[in-house]
Design a protein around this ligand. Sequence first.
Ligand code: ATP
Ligand code: MG
Length: 434
Amino acid sequence: MSVLRDSKTISAADTAVTIKGWVQDIRNLGGISFVIIRDRYGTIQVTMPKKKIAPELFEGLTTLSRESVVSITGDVKTSDQTELGVEIIPSSFELYSNAAVPLPMGVIDKVNVEMDTRLNNRFMDLRKPEIRAIFELKSLMLELLNEAMTSNGFLQVFTPKVVASGAEGGSTLFKLDYFGRPAYLAQSPQLYKQMLMSTGLDRIYEVGPAFRAEHSNTNRHVTEFISFDGEMSWISSQSDVMSMIEKIIDHILNGLKEKGKKQLAVLGKDVNVPSVPYPVLTYSECLKMLSSAGMELKDGDDLGTEGEKLIGDIMAAKGQEMYWIAEYPELEKPFYIMEKDGTPYSFSFDLDYKGQEISSGGQREHRYDKLVERMKKKGLDPESFDFYTDAFKYGMPPHGGWGIGLERLLVKMLDLPNIREAILFPRDLSRLSP
Ligand code: ATP
Ligand code: MG
């Protein structure tokens, strides 16, 4: 009797086995042929000395098309020629699925394939171990994130993704027809997670899709991304939120470095874990730093992509990859952020990683009158947000929170060139399929 084995568990102690996978490669060297079978964990070599294998079996296996899916049964032999230290001498095989020829793109060929071709054939692209490794790390990231949140007393919640109003500005809202009424895809769980602070749940988080009708075609914007949001009550200042984020990211990065060793090795990457606490720069300090580097911005200006990058370079020269930019001008920030009274600034922060924003957050305005005032100041009609403002009318604790773009964190950690590398099926200005 043969036992089912994959490339992770097969060993010289096995005698008769069945393996299942994709035909990655076939090499015919005259008297001997090899079929390389790939499964989730790696590859196994099937070795066929022509004289020792039944002719139909030899013929059947050596004429398979690349990427066909098969099951092969045979004897395990030790081998010093293979990475696993074993090879299989086949006695039978079954063809589950015959791959058409030619393939839309290669799996092992060392040619550079355009990103568009790769994304158009993502099922094929994902057969490459170094592409799958990114998503194994993303999954591990979620596991670590959940650990960190649970151990800090956060409750996981789910808020609606079809909503009546946006929180992050009208220009990136996707409009829907909701049974004849206008509705939108949620840009963030902002309003809902704040409403939950009035319930006594105190600490909540959500990991879910966020939708932005981004008209810019960049390597860090997509129209659907995974947002990791948290909100916590009873804070004394935004620093409480910043310390919490530091704890969480530190747990995630350390965990990935430790538990993601195998995937990181496949990618040829190492994770550098920045030490906590991360340095805090204020927006005003950033303006000065940029000015010294030759970039003049007026107080109140957006730092912009170029400004963020330049700050990233200056901080990198000081050995800092992760840092806060705090106290942005209140004019730059959404209505729900608390103003720093008597100044044009606000209790807000961004977390930047290697010159790019990965998170925004801050202390929220929890005082009903001030909130309504701020909405009006931003040109919003508080009445159309009454489902939200009501939660502030009847008792709301001081609170703050954040939104982290999960893919941005992963991409920056791995120094990947494009956010699309960290999304299985990305959505952007031009891409709606697959
Ligand atoms: P940016 O200025 O980089 O466009 P933002 O300030 O508009 O980002 P926020 O509204 O602060 O974004 O959203 C919180 C986080 O969500 C961001 O820090 C980022 O990590 C992520 N994020 C926002 N928009 C996108 C997007 N279009 N694609 C991927 N991630 C995004
Ligand atoms: Mg932001």
